[in-house]
Design a binder for this molecule. Sequence first.
Ligand code: SF4
Length: 318
Amino acid sequence: MKKNSLQANKHVFGPVASRRLGLSLGVDLVKHKTCTFNCIYCECGPTTKHSGKRKEYVSRSKVISELDKILASSPGLDYVTFSGSGEPTLNSALGKVIGFIKDKYPAYKVAVLTNSSLLGSSSVRRDLSRADVVEASLDAVSAAAFEKINRPCINIKPEEFIKGIEETARRIKGQLWIEIFIVPGINDTGEELKLIKQALERIKPAEIHINTLDRPGTESDVMPADTAALEKVRRFFLPLESRIIAHPYPGSRKGAFSAGKLEDMVLALLSRRPSTLEDLKTAFAVREEELKSHLLQLRNSGRISVIKKQRGDFYKIS
Ligand code: SF4
């Protein structure tokens, strides 16, 4: 394997241009698509493995070996981010993998994106304790909106995981951020926003991010909220400060991070999130012509397809 190559990696992908975290190396601790929820907006597609049970869904040693090879070459990154094909806190080795990065490569910041469902568990909170950022989702507080948006596969009530988020915010050394994904007609009503705001006042997150659909979601009838609607939500939360992040990150490449085989890296990213040509250009910092020729070959071989959405043509795994 070439130096810096991601060619043979199964669990580490990117780096990708993240709207919240800059240049982010992804770590996927579950197999597609393992989750406690089946959100209507999920960009990974429908949940096929519903579970609330923690275990090593993918092997800790394999993940650590992939990370070790990549981080040893000191790539320029803003974050190493646990996200991907499902809920990362489901993997019981999460704390060990974070610990490996923090002990061997302390210069790298670690972020974990979680749907919050397992934050009520003290072992999950312990696993997250060394993360620099935990971004916890909070899309709904009322049972009705929660059921409609997140469609939980486990028996959990919003009040339970909100307590878990509060506890996590108090216990972790890093920052607790909240992401609220606005689904028009479900969680943008005055009543629901009021409940979310009350929860935010209890949690006191370091940052609040307002998001909406940016790429194809699981249910085709879910529409993005427009800029005016997102701005209305932002104003509703005042005096709590929040940020609308529903726009692509412009991106920058900070260091010499030579891609492995571009085609494999594109496939690894598209298997976790549909992306436009612009997204891929930003993520991999390659010439448009080169990227287009790979995309054409992948389309001709039937491995990827294109879906038209408001933000443009999205490439996705067929
Ligand atoms: S958006 Fe996150 S929490 Fe929701 S189904 Fe997808 S992976 Fe699971």
